[in-house]
Design a protein around this ligand. Structure first.
Ligand code: F0G
Length: 487
């Protein structure tokens, strides 16, 4: 869009990011004392999802629904057209989807996982149907398995190496994809799923070259290619940075190429564009017809899909704003700043810096904690205790048990510190850095966790844990020695 602005990226040799926006509405934060933080951990089962925001200083749980909205988005919400059917707000969203994602048909849903529910319901026809993908996301996996499907994850080996600087760790391994399709039979593969900015491996992008190769294989066997576009803007931004063929392209061009390669594009608008909503879109009328009836069944009428019309207006404006590199680059630049400064101080981080958040390698930091005692969950709890910053466990607690009820241990044990778009200041990011370096230096004081309440589905959301030993108090004693009583 505005190429003049885009060139201003950092203003100093220290890679300090420069924001091209100003703050006009603010929300007051609390930093409660460490004793209260310990109580809050016990009340919330050592699960950061269960903390109340009154006990949270910086909320780095997620970017989902927490990115800052623009003045244009907020003002658009005021003109929303309240109607059960035929709302003008929906038609404006449909136009935005056509302009930005280049897809004619849109099915609105209340959030990303609702799209996963509808796609799994429509396309998983028999037990054991297989969905190959670059990597799973928790909700996608849960819906696929609910309908009797299975998944296979096909990344290249580099993706599993935390400190590899491979620019496109989210690439889908096309040699393996071909082999899996031949072994399984294309009739047992309802679709291939490609996730933009692959969330659970540290917000790592795929390249357009890779997606083109995946498309060729999909065409060769006649299998649908489904794109999870929840983090599409950021994937496109990293393509501009890292894929030489697109160094001079615009966000609009790159986004159009990516969505053009997929038969079906679905998204969580909570991440892609605004604060609520989601959608499924396609250019294929037959696909639209296959899915259409499920929207009124699960979501709401076809022109609101369970989303408020105000949020639909914000989605439409947000989709156009996704094309603005100065807007999309803000979170990845802060993440890059945080990851590089922590790496330079020895803290093991997922590299290269990805999107959505900075990802801390708990497997290495808590190498003294066995995976049976959830090192990433322990690190998330310990970091909240010593900072008031709430991150999210992205390790074995976020995994689900296999069909025989056995634990499955995650490939990576990560603490994710989300950096929602245009929400935090650089001094807050520096506070995160400072506290994490302190915790790293005192990492031997962190101990493991065990489940005391384990829900059968998506256990990480509401599960309850407790420490396996009295490690929290030891951490507090050391913290007070170093910082005194004031924090
Ligand atoms: N796909 C991806 C890649 C996601 O990151 C998410 C959500 C979803 C689908 C589901 O969308 O939440 O609107 O139902 N990710 C959030 C996160 C929850 O914190 O990473 P949803």
């Amino acid at each position: 869009m505005n190429k003049e602005n885009v060139k201003i990226k950092f203003y100093s040799g220290e890679n300090i990011p420069l924001e091209l926006h100003k703050v006009r509405i603010v929300q007051k934060l609390n930093l409660v004392p460490i004793e209260r933080r310990l109580e809050a951990l016990y009340e919330g089962g050592f699960n950061t999802f269960r903390l109340s925001t009154k006990d949270v200083f910086l909320d780095m749980l997620t970017d989902s629904g927490t990115n800052a909205m623009s003045d244009m988005q907020l003002s658009s919400m005021m003109r929303a057209d309240d109607a059960y059917a035929g709302s003008q707000s929906f038609y404006r969203l449909q136009q935005a989807v056509e302009d930005v994602l280049k897809k004619k048909y849109l099915l609105p849903v209340h959030q990303g996982r609702a799209a996963e529910n509808i796609l799994s319901n429509a396309y998983i026809r028999k037990k054991g149907d297989l969905i190959p993908m670059n990597y799973h996301f928790t909700t996608a996996l849960a819906h696929i398995t609910q309908y009797g499907g299975r998944i296979v994850e096909l990344l290249y080996d580099e993706a599993y190496k935390i400190d590899s600087r491979h620019p496109f760790k989210g690439n889908l391994n096309v040699e393996k994809l071909d082999a899996v399709i031949r072994e399984t039979g294309k009739e047992n593969i309802p679709f291939i799923r490609m996730e933009a900015s692959t969330n659970l491996i540290g917000g790592q992008p795929f390249s357009i070259q890779n997606m083109r190769e995946v498309r060729k294989i999909a065409d060769r066997y006649g299998i649908r290619l489904v794109l999870d576009a929840s983090l599409l803007g950021e994937n496109a931004y990293l393509i501009l940075q890292r894929e030489p063929e697109f160094a001079d392209s615009s966000m609009a061009e790159v986004i159009a190429i990516i969505t053009g390669l997929a038969d079906i594009v679905y998204f969580s608008a909570r991440k892609l564009s605004s604060s609520r909503g989601g959608g499924i879109c396609t250019n294929d009328l037959a696909i639209y017809r296959e899915l259409e009836a499920l929207v009124p069944l699960f979501e709401g009428f076809l022109t609101y899909g369970g989303i408020s019309v105000r949020e639909i207006e914000a989605m439409a404006v947000g989709l156009y704003e996704t094309l603005d590199e100065t807007m999309i680059c803000q979170s990845p630049q802060f993440i890059s700043y945080l990851v590089e400064s922590l790496t330079s101080k020895g803290v093991p981080m997922v590299t290269p810096p990805g999107v959505l958040g900075a990802h801390v390698d708990a497997m290495q930091i808590c190498s003294h904690i066995p995976q049976t005692q959830y090192p990433a969950g322990a690190l998330a709890a310990a970091f909240y205790l010593v900072s008031g910053v709430r991150g999210m466990e992205r390790g074995s607690i976020s995994n689900q048990r296999d069909e025989n009820g056995n634990e499955t241990y995650a490939d990576m044990e990560l603490l994710r510190l989300a950096v929602p778009r245009r929400v935090f200041t650089l001094s807050q990011i520096k506070y995160v850095e400072d506290r994490l370096v302190w915790l790293y230096e005192n990492r031997n004081l962190i101990g493991g966790l065990k489940f005391v309440y384990e829900p059968p589905v998506l256990r990480f959301f509401m599960g309850g844990l407790e420490p396996v030993s009295d490690w929290t108090n030891k951490l507090i004693v050391k913290f007070k020695e170093d910082f005194g009583d004031s924090l």
